[in-house]
Design a protein around this ligand. Sequence first.
Ligand code: HEM
Length: 41
Amino acid sequence: MEDWERALTEGVLPDGHEMRLEHMPWNVTAAMTELEREVMW
Ligand code: HEM
């Protein structure tokens, strides 16, 4: 769950890869509530 939260709020994957916003709009998932991200998980 921590990896999921970090990927969706900071765009950083467990292997350290930083997702580009223009590829994966993690700013949208970051703007969600923690509960919304949790239920997707
Ligand atoms: C609620 C919506 C979304 C969720 C929860 C989500 C979740 C994720 C997650 C967890 C990853 C990392 C996968 C991995 O382990 O490599 C990922 C990667 C990616 N997502 Fe999303 N995503 C969402 C919406 C979108 C949308 C709308 C797009 C495109 C229009 C998108 C495009 C991508 C791309 C291209 C990657 C690979 C980025 C990279 O590896 O640099 N995602 N997404």
